[in-house]
Each structure stands twice: as structure tokens, then as C-alpha cells.
Design a protein around this ligand. Structure first.
Ligand SMILES: CC(C)(COP(=O)(O)OP(=O)(O)OC[C@H]1O[C@@H](n2cnc3c(N)ncnc32)[C@H](O)[C@@H]1OP(=O)(O)O)[C@@H](O)C(=O)NCCC(=O)NCCS
Length: 204
């Protein structure tokens, strides 16, 4: 049972700060705003971003193209889907260069004025260039445009690149959750106390 559990952090950032930095992309990259016809493109980038990473191993659906497609469809079908916080980053350094999708983020509006980030992802070949930060800032600006006063997300505790990115943007940990890998269900305190964590690859 212990092998099927992992530790997640719920992180929150205040959006009421006056100077949210502008979301700037490096040269050669541009933004693509949300349209339903981009569903498959978001799903493909999500899959390329997650399939060989920690969260792809934790969440089976993120390691499969069809799982990513269902996920993006589910997110976009929600009544509170936030188009202003949903963006693709496309790489096209020259006009005659075939455009390549390299980053994705989606958002949902939650009650209490909190915009929830859904799985920011950058494909491995384009990491370390500031795209993850730019995607987060773009989504945060979109949530603010839609009247949200905070942004929240959930991240696997051992996903150090992601945790560092969020911390650098002012996110702080509000809650620690222990989830069952198969179902995503959160464990109660008594369930957790009964677990043996030593052999769990996702347990810090
Ligand atoms: C997390 C992720 C989106 C970061 O994207 P990225 O484009 O490489 O990030 P950036 O270049 O914008 O880096 C911004 C900050 O993130 C942190 N960071 C990024 N990669 C890091 C790494 N390998 N180790 C430590 N910190 C890292 C740093 O604080 C960095 O700021 P710095 O460059 O000033 O040091 C990317 O690694 C990814 O897609 N991972 C797989 C999918 C995933 O786990 N998504 C998060 C789900 S919650």
C-alpha cells in the first residue's frame, strides 16, 4: 500500500501584489491564446513535458497521449475553465521555420477568488530558458484579469524544479496532502499513520 502513495504540496500565491512581473518570452518564441481547436496541441505538449518526468510516473494519465487528451478535454469542458490563464508557447525562430509547440498551461477559476493552475509543462529540449516562469506569469495575469485574488496549485513534493519555480514566484505551501497514486484520493490522518513509507519511491 505504501508504494501507491505520494506527498503533494498545495501552494498558493497572492495576486493582489501591485507589480506582477510581465510574462516575457525569449526571442523566437510566441504565445498562442486558447481556442477549442488547440485541445490536441495542448495535450501533445503536456504529454511530451510529463511522460519522462516525476509526475508522469506518479499520474499514469500524464504519461500517455490519450490520458493527456482526456485531461485537457475535461479541463476545457469545466464551467469555470479560464481561457485567460490557458496558453501555448510556440517556438518559431524564423518565419519559414516550422512552428513547434513547446509549453502549455491551463487554468480553472475556483470559489473564493482563487485561480487553480493545471499542470504547467515545458518540453525537455526547451527547459531552462525561462518558459516555465513565463507560462506561470501569463496564467497569473489571466487569473487577475478574471478577478481572482490568489493562484493555487498542487505539486509533488519531490518535483524540485517545479517547487523552486513556484517559490521564486511567491508561492508558499499551505497544505501537505498524501494521495493514493491510482485514484488521486487524499488519505486521512489515520490512513497515513498506518502506512509504512520506507519503500515508497515518492516519499521524501
Ligand atoms: C517545471 C518546469 C515547467 C520548469 O520549466 P522551465 O522552462 O525549465 O523553467 P524556467 O526556465 O522558467 O525556470 C524558472 C525557475 O524554475 C526553477 N527551476 C527550473 N528548472 C530547475 C531545475 N532543474 N532545478 C532547480 N530549479 C529549477 C528555478 O528557480 C528557475 O529560475 P532560475 O532560472 O532563475 O534559476 C519544467 O521542468 C517541466 O515541464 N517539468 C515537467 C512537468 C512538471 O513537472 N510540471 C510541473 C507540474 S506541478
Amino acid at each position: 500500500m505504501a508504494k501507491d502513495t505520494y506527498k503533494r504540496l498545495r501552494m498558493v500565491a497572492d495576486l493582489r501584489m501591485q507589480n506582477l512581473p510581465a510574462a516575457a518570452l525569449p526571442e523566437g518564441y510566441h504565445w498562442q491564446s486558447w481556442r477549442p481547436m488547440l485541445t490536441e496541441r495542448h495535450a501533445q505538449v503536456k504529454w511530451h513535458s510529463f511522460r519522462n518526468d516525476l509526475d508522469g510516473r506518479v499520474f499514469g494519465c500524464l504519461s500517455r497521449p490519450e490520458g493527456c487528451l482526456s485531461l485537457v478535454r475535461e479541463i476545457a469542458a469545466q464551467r469555470t475553465f479560464c481561457a485567460n490563464a490557458t496558453w501555448l508557447v510556440v517556438y518559431q525562430p524564423e518565419p519559414n521555420w516550422p512552428p513547434v509547440d513547446v509549453g502549455t498551461i491551463q487554468g480553472i477559476l475556483r470559489s473564493g477568488g482563487c485561480g487553480a493552475v493545471q499542470n504547467v509543462g515545458v518540453v525537455p529540449e526547451h527547459r531552462g530558458a525561462g518558459l516555465g516562469r513565463a507560462l506561470m506569469l501569463k496564467a497569473m495575469a489571466g487569473f487577475r484579469l478574471d478577478g481572482m485574488s490568489a493562484t493555487s496549485l498542487e505539486v509533488t513534493a519531490r518535483n524540485i524544479p517545479a517547487v523552486k519555480l513556484y517559490e521564486s514566484l511567491g508561492f508558499t505551501v499551505r497544505q501537505t496532502l498524501y494521495r493514493v497514486a491510482e485514484t488521486g484520493e487524499a488519505l486521512s490522518k489515520s490512513d497515513m499513520d498506518q502506512l509504512e513509507h520506507r519503500d515508497d519511491p515518492f516519499w521524501p
